[in-house]
Design a protein around this ligand. Sequence first.
Ligand SMILES: [Zn+2]
Length: 281
Amino acid sequence: MIRIADMLRAVRSVGLEDALASGALSHAYIIHAESGGGETVSALAAAMVCAGAGSRPCGQCAHCRKALSGAHPDIIYVDKPDDKKEIPVRSIREIVKDAAVLPNEADRKVYIIRNASELSVSGQNALLKVLEEPPKHVSFIIAADDQSRLLPTVRSRCVELRSAPGGGDDVSGSGDGAPGGAADLVMEFFDAMDSDALAFVRFTFSLQNQDRAVLAEFIDGARAAASARLRDEALGAKPRRADMWRALRALEFARDYLQANVSAGHIAGMLCAELLPASGR
Ligand SMILES: [Zn+2]
């Protein structure tokens, strides 16, 4: 049984509190297992099934209590069997099949892959199928002690979380009111592109206040993700609404601007001007 205070601390440590307070959770997270992954994973899973009215996880509702005691029927763990070197592809295929079935009690099902570094490439490719087009009621928490073993296509579809233990590892820039790290921005960028013009303007506006290091990380991450999506489309995956060629070109401009010391405000304005028509004005 994990205490709610420990869970909330874990959630704060990866800069997730805003997302949890607003209920705006991504459908897939990668958590770096070295950063005290267990509590963060439990807190996030509880938040995903929580039915509390305020900030999540509330720690009080039936879903939270079951989640905390490790007995929630909609929180499903995937582990490597002791006698195997890898998580079997079969386990992932079972998830993909099971994901189509509605949750038992909560509004969503949460699949937790406990050490995804032990996933083979074919296992990851099987997982990709459901990460690309996840049913609305499905979320993933992918814990990995070595995220470099995850395919870029998998990583580009998840929000990566890493805690900042003792102020050492500041990758997210969170904690000072900034809206999450570069990985969150990449996700928000593609969401905004698939959304309407207003959402896109709001997103680009938020870029103006970003730290340049976060902005650089965002631009590189978004370029990699746009390239991955183009590659997927070339391989026959369903094309998305947003035009990835346009996005990639604008992101290349953004990188050049950044290198030429152009201000974040101008870069945000350029992205907005370049990409707004494509977002369905
Ligand atoms: Zn709750």
